[in-house]
Design a protein around this ligand. Structure first.
Ligand code: ADP
Ligand code: MG
Length: 695
């Protein structure tokens, strides 16, 4: 075989034929270098493995052992059992799902590492652990004390025979035979400042570290590289934005704004006032606004956006106000149409369920400039919608939209101002990365009179008591939401669904109460009707899927029960919780968890109970899930961060940001080492365009 270089195709490695190469390709890996950047997701070492004898109930553990026996057990619930054994003892591993798969997998004598929470039922056991097959390395690891990398697995890689174990064999081979060195563009003094190893060493040792501390040092080095690249993109994009000029200008706020505020049923909170000021200053600036408005669920972002839109209308410009669901778009429209109309400001609504003729009328009026504020859903981005003088684009719950959708709406105007809103507060670290090219406004006050929402989580087994609690609360004049993960019964997952539960509960536990149901497959007209009845207190209970997650506003709702709370993300649970406690009455959320509950789900639920503040929830969510899953990094156009752990790497982030700022602003006076880094970042990102907001 020819010399092994960084750009050698993976296909030429021994044991990688066309089929495996294709699977690698699909996972984004084509060269030796790509493989080296395929980072272990975990490590097994002797110190992190618990001898079976020492496992404890309710604690998570990784155990390594050999299959002593395995088979299907028939009882009240069919399950597959495997007895795993090490030098110190044996423990059953159990699966209730995917039985046939497990049946085929196990053979006596195989080595496995199993990670999961230990529970007790007639003895210690582990339900649905994470498994990794080890081969003889299990033996080696235990007896020779090596640290073994565990690689991320996708179904496709596994199907092609690329198990973690196979990948391990390939990385070992590559590291023993590689003739190239990975170049390091980072000036030595910068590496020293953060005690980071050089790049080549970091990439090699992260696969086969000498000890745990080395793993962390290598990871931080790779994280720093990722953050440098990201900050370069973000700061560049910001530079371009601030250089642009918009084609419209604003007069001082006028009479209609004053009257509108006077007529509001409430006084704006100090947080709202502060943010209105910030937005107005941006609108008056000659550069287009790119502002993210964040604030916890229920803090009152909508009225701030409406005030901005009214200012825009005063200046004879149009606003597009896009929301992620029809329910929400309609609610905004219905709530604000009349007070705006009274001031001579025309609004209109456009969603997928707007009738054809109506759509044409609205689009034509909007194109002629007769609509001042156009509310709507994704329907707004279609080609037939146009504006004659679009001045402001507002995107509510912006994380629900993809980059392309936001960009398309934005392009309907000539450098309009942009206001995006989110109810999931963003920790500073994430704000600087994902939204580093936006200015951020935060509403940090709640309307007066709100009481904290009492939150508890309970096992499903006590659901009867929970239903009793719901009945009692309704008896005291409250209203309840009950949320389900599924619309209807599914063959693939054993989860409660809203249709069956509705049929069952409304005839039994909730007989005599007025119960309604909404989900994504109910026709818009009927769904509106149910929601209107719930809002008007003609229904006591609303059973729903997460279609009610964002925006729905019924101040009289006091209870929310979440079925299968273990399946929902923390940020989502917090959003859902924001649907209640909007009035002055005390509100309660009950998260019902159906076992088995993973460790991480348990931590999420504990956190939900403890943290009522959206900022704390967001921080915890970031820590538990990583940024990708929370904010849709993958679709945002931001490079994927594999090594970075924002919750732990704030120092690196700040360091990368100030270094890049220096590179960009002092470009001309950089010495050769720094100049090299600058050129490197330029070449790396030349092809990548960062336009998270299309602006
Ligand atoms: P979110 O920030 O989650 O979008 P909304 O804009 O839906 O919150 O506001 C939640 C509720 O609070 C609405 O019923 C709204 O009318 C009300 N509200 C907003 N601002 C105030 C205020 N300053 N005082 C009292 N109620 C307010
Ligand atoms: Mg909102």
């Amino acid at each position: 075989m020819a010399e092994l270089k960084l750009d050698s195709p993976l296909q030429y490695l021994k044991g990688v034929g066309p089929q495996k190469a294709a699977a690698f390709e699909k996972a984004g890996l084509s060269t030796v270098q790509d493989l080296l950047f395929y980072l272990p997701r975990a490590y097994l070492d002797r110190t992190s493995v618990t001898p079976i004898r020492d496992v404890k109930v309710d604690q998570s553990a990784t155990i390594v052992g050999q299959v002593k026996a395995h088979g299907m057990l028939h009882g009240k619930r069919r399950r597959y059992e495997v007895i795993l054994q090490d030098d110190t003892g044996a423990i059953p591993l159990l699966w209730f799902q995917g039985l046939r798969f497990w049946e085929r997998l196990f053979k006596k004598g195989m080595w496995f590492a199993a990670t999961g929470t230990v529970s007790y039922f007639q003895g210690y056991q582990m339900v649905h652990p994470d498994l990794e097959r080890l081969g003889d390395e299990g033996d080696q690891m235990i007896h020779a004390g090596r640290i073994i990398p565990v690689y991320p697995q996708t179904a496709e890689l596994i199907k092609a025979g690329l198990s973690s174990k196979t990948i391990r064999r390939l990385t070992t081979f590559v590291l023993e035979n590689l003739k190239d060195r990975i170049e390091d563009p980072l000036p030595v003094s910068e590496a020293e400042r953060f005690a980071l190893p050089d790049r080549h060493k970091a990439i090699c040792k992260i696969h086969y570290p000498d000890d745990r501390a080395q793993v962390e040092a290598c990871r931080r080095r790779m994280a720093f590289d990722e953050l440098l690249e990201l900050q370069y993109l973000v700061l560049r994009s910001r530079q371009e934005k601030t250089a642009a000029r918009k084609g419209h200008s604003y007069a001082a706020p006028g009479e209609r704004l004053r009257v509108f505020k006077e007529r509001l049923a409430f006084e704006l909170t100090s947080g709202q006032k502060k943010v209105v000021k910030e937005i107005f200053a941006d609108l008056q600036s000659e550069h287009p606004m790119s502002r993210l408005l964040q604030g916890d669920v229920g803090c009152g972002k909508t009225v701030v956006a409406i005030i901005a839109a009214l200012y825009v209308a005063e200046n004879n410009l149009q606003t597009a106000f896009m929301a992620p669901t029809e329910i929400l778009a309609e609610q905004h429209y219905r709530n604000w149409r009349e007070p705006l109309q009274a001031l001579g400001v025309n609004s209109a609504l456009l969603t997928a369920s707007t009738g054809k003729a109506e759509k044409e009328t609205v689009a034509a009026a909007c194109a002629r400039g007769e609509v001042d504020i156009l509310f709507g859903t994704h329907a707004l981005i279609y080609d037939y919608v146009s504006f004659s003088r679009l001045g402001l684009v507002i995107i509510d719950e912006q994380h629900r939209f993809g980059v392309k959708q936001r960009g398309k709406l934005y392009k309907k105007g000539e450098t309009p101002d942009l206001l995006v809103m989110t109810a999931t507060p963003i920790p500073r670290t994430l704000a600087l990365t994902l939204y580093g090219d936006l200015n951020i406004s935060s509403i940090d006050t709640m309307p007066p009179g709100r009481k904290p929402i009492r939150t508890v989580w309970r096992y499903y087994s006590v659901r009867q008591r929970v239903y009793q609690f719901v009945r009692d609360d309704i008896g005291r004049g409250g209203q309840a939401y009950i949320i389900y993960p599924l619309i209807e019964k599914s063959d693939r997952v054993e989860l409660e669904n809203v249709e069956d539960a509705f049929a069952d509960l409304s005839a039994n536990e909730f007989a005599g109460l007025r119960v309604g149901m909404v989900h994504g497959r109910i026709k818009a007209k009927e769904r509106d009707d149910v929601l209107a009845r719930f809002r008007d207190r003609q229904l006591d209970i609303l059973m729903a899927t997460t279609v009610v997650e964002v925006g729905i506003d019924n101040p009289n709702a006091t209870v929310m029960v979440i079925e299968h709370a273990e399946r929902f993300g923390l940020a989502q649970l917090h959003q859902l919780r924001g649907r209640i406690g909007r009035g002055t009455r005390k509100a309660t959320m009950v998260a019902l968890a159906h076992p088995p509950i993973s460790d991480i789900a348990r931590r999420r639920l504990d956190y939900l109970v403890q943290a009522t503040d959206g900022f704390k929830v967001a921080e915890a969510d970031l820590e538990l899930r990583g940024p990708g899953e929370i904010f849709g990094v993958r679709q945002s156009g931001v490079p994927e961060m594999r090594a970075t752990r924002l919750s732990a790497d704030a120092d690196l982030l700040e360091g990368a940001r100030s270094l890049v700022e220096r590179l960009i602003t002092d470009t001309k006076s950089l010495d050769s080492e720094y100049g090299r880094l600058y050129t490197y970042l330029q070449s790396l990102t030349a092809e990548r365009m960062l336009a998270p907001f299309g602006g």
